[in-house]
Design a protein around this ligand. Structure first.
Ligand code: WT7
Length: 660
């Protein structure tokens, strides 16, 4: 029953996709990446990375590129010294670009602020002096719990500048989540705001800090930025940003730190267990963030306007709003609010307003745009967009095509970037202008990166085969451990393929016939139907390829005959029509899946739902859907972005209309 008929395949390969989009000659000719980059990295990996590290300013040059003798703890650019904030700010001013806008900040209510590199240098210097005045220096931990305001970026860079580690906690997390992250990292300082704008209204933020700090004795001070001007309770630990920071000198001399000096801790929640404090260091991290941002997004610092829609509470905000882009002298948009405030066209208003040319977002948002309808972007001039990116989840081929057609004008290359909080920077992605893109595939490891798909025994699967995605070479921006828990670091990432020395990322993947990599979702979510190991991603993509479906989540629910049966939850597209949720339409959907990937993957049951349960970073929580599918009481919903979603789903089920 559990034996896979596919010759011990860890995962069956069911869905095939034949569309490919070669780059235009014009794009290829001007692209930062050229095919030789792959050859160069292959010829001498360490020399290749040494060359990428030259992108940065080093106060003292390294004497060894990589020391892997303490595996799985790597040291990169050993002996080198640099200041990360200097690399992201000061050197651009010194090279004559002080008047270039670094950040076009757009507030949710419509206020805005253009911050040049010269201004950024002054703001970061003042904030660094403020930290020093509080006695915060090298190795201290600072928790940052803020919405997307410019001060959040100043604060991160100020920490980097004085060698303190920031621990950014997403502003949508609860007081309890904040408290555990402050405690685990023993933060001495918290930086926050009075409140934050959410869907058009100010919401308080500082009360959560008060509650968290009451239970976290390590905190000595709390700096509060005034954002919403709401009244806040005040304790003797509190100090206003505008009083403390604005009175500081705007001159600050950065000190160079060791390449392996810790830069930040970022907690990943995962689906089980206590959050893991992922530790990143300086030289290798900044090298890979800078290198990937330059080549994957084809950044032209003099002409591009870049926009990454992530929140700084996630690693994407760290690597692709703060460190990668600013080290490359980007001009970027930072938007504070939600995509449907004041209406569902807000992102496209912003693209038009600033002439955004590179746009990087998540599949969950693309599918939301699909649900809202293509007529919304169609009302805007999006012709400035020339590169599109995706991150966070597998992007279903149909969502990819929708993105290309409706946002990218049918021509902007799409880079589907696979990486993790743990990897620190992009690992697998097509290089625009070099690789012909394929809808739904992250395709190949970047030059300098080693990744492959292996079976249970750690042996690479052949083209067309499925299995586990592993990283088989250390990389500069790799995590340097889990804060305070070496054992857990070894166990979580290095024990599954210990003999081979592979890092196992937890994701299933396959090779297509050309050897390109397709991510298939977390291996914990794999379904076993009559001995076939079926990925959730492939069935979801088959559902989304039907013209009425915007988004789908599937789970395996125990089944007397087949071991597990596939239960699907779908959200319909805007304009799908009133009959799209009816019994006949549901039958048509099941048949569609059977036609796309085979009868074995035909869902046992399909339910039409208004929303799906997602974490705050947009990942579907299949665990909760499994509870629904197996008629269990729904488990812990505290990490859901919107906990009422499960009530909506259950209510829909009781009415019985959506059952097949
Ligand atoms: C997990 C890491 C990386 C920044 C945001 C998420 C999934 C990420 C892709 C992609 C398929 C992807 C994986 C990975 N994931 N990007 N392009 N295609 N899956 O960071 O919260 O650490 O999550 O996100 O499952 O392991 P994270």
């Amino acid at each position: 029953m559990t034996q896979s008929p596919g010759q011990g395949n860890a995962l069956d390969n069911l869905l095939t996709e034949s569309r490919t989009f070669p780059p235009s000659d014009e794009f290829a000719a001007q692209a930062n990446a050229q095919p030789a980059l792959y050859e160069e990295a292959k010829a001498d990996r360490e020399a290749f990375w040494a060359k990428q590290a030259e992108r940065l300013h080093w106060e003292t040059k390294w004497d060894q590129v990589l020391d892997w003798s303490g595996a799985p703890f790597a040291k990169w650019f050993v002996g080198g010294k640099l200041n990360v904030a200097y690399n992201c700010v000061d050197r651009h001013v010194e090279s004559g670009h002080g008047e270039q806008v670094a950040i076009h900040w757009e507030g949710e209510p419509g206020d805005s602020r253009a911050i040049t590199y010269a201004e950024l240098q002054r703001e970061v210097s003042k904030a660094a002096n403020a930290l020093t005045s509080l006695g915060i220096g090298a190795e201290d931990r600072v928790a940052i719990y803020m919405p997307m305001v410019p001060e959040a970026i100043f604060a991160m860079l100020a920490c980097a500048r004085v060698g303190a580690l920031h621990n950014v906690v997403f502003g949508g997390f609860s007081a309890e989540a904040l408290r555990t992250r402050i405690q685990d990292s023993e933060a001495r300082l918290v930086i926050t705001t009075d409140g934050q704008y959410r869907r058009g209204n100010p919401a308080p933020l500082k009360p959560a800090v008060d509650e968290a700090v009451a239970g976290a004795p390590s905190v000595e001070k709390v700096i509060v930025v005034k954002r919403t001007d709401t009244e806040v309770a005040w304790t003797d630990k509190d100090v206003w940003w505008h009083e403390l920071v604005d009175s500081q000198s705007d001159q600050h001399t950065p000190e160079a730190f060791d390449s392996e000096h810790p830069l930040f801790i970022l907690y990943t929640s995962g689906t089980t267990g206590k959050p893991k404090g992922i530790l990143h260091t300086s030289g290798g991290y900044l090298t890979q963030a800078s290198y990937t941002h330059n080549y994957v997004f084809d950044l032209k610092p003099d002409t591009d306007v870049y926009w990454c829609t992530a929140d700084i509470g996630w690693v994407t905000g760290h690597s692709y709003i703060v460190y990668g882009p600013l080290s490359n002298r980007v001009t970027q948009v930072v938007y504070e609010g939600t995509p449907n405030t004041p209406n569902e066209g807000r992102h496209w208003d912003i693209v038009e307003k600033y002439g955004v040319s590179i746009y990087y977002t998540a599949p969950t948002l693309i599918r939301t745009f699909m649900k809202w309808g293509a007529d919304i972007p169609a009302k805007h001039d999006l012709s400035s967009l020339r590169v599109l990116g995706s991150v966070g989840e597998p992007i279903n081929p149909e969502a990819w095509i929708w993105y290309r057609e409706n946002i990218g004008g049918g021509k902007a290359p799409i880079v589907d970037t696979w990486w993790q909080t743990e990897t620190g920077a992009i690992m697998i992605s097509p290089l625009p202008g070099v690789v012909s893109t394929k809808p739904g595939s992250a395709q190949r490891p970047l030059p300098g990166i080693g990744a492959k798909v292996v079976n249970d025994e750690g042996v690479e699967v052949p083209h067309g085969g499925g299995g586990y995605l592993v990283l088989d070479e250390p990389w500069p921006s790799m995590l340097r451990g889990i804060w305070g828990d070496e054992e857990r670091y070894r166990d979580t990432y290095w024990s599954r393929f210990k003999d081979q020395g592979f890092y196992f990322a937890g994701d299933g993947a396959k090779y297509d016939n050309d050897g390109d990599i397709w991510l298939l979702g977390r291996v914990d979510d794999v379904m076993n139907v009559s001995g076939h190991r079926i990925s959730t991603t492939e069935v979801e993509s088959a559902l989304v390829s039907h013209p009425t479906v915007a988004e789908a989540a599937v789970v395996g629910a125990s089944d007397e005959t087949t071991g597990q049966g596939i239960v699907a939850f779908v959200i319909l597209r805007g304009g799908a029509g009133a009959d799209a949720g009816g019994a006949e339409a549901i039958k048509a959907l099941r048949d569609h899946v059977a036609k796309e990937i085979g009868p074995i993957a035909k869902p046992r049951q399909i339910m039409v739902v208004p929303e799906l349960p997602k974490t705050r970073s947009g990942k579907i929580m299949r665990r909760l859907l499994r509870d629904v599918a197996e008629n269990r009481t729904v488990g812990d919903v505290t990490t859901l972005a919107d906990s009422s979603v499960m009530d909506l789903i259950s209510a829909g089920l009781q009415s019985g209309k959506s059952e097949d």
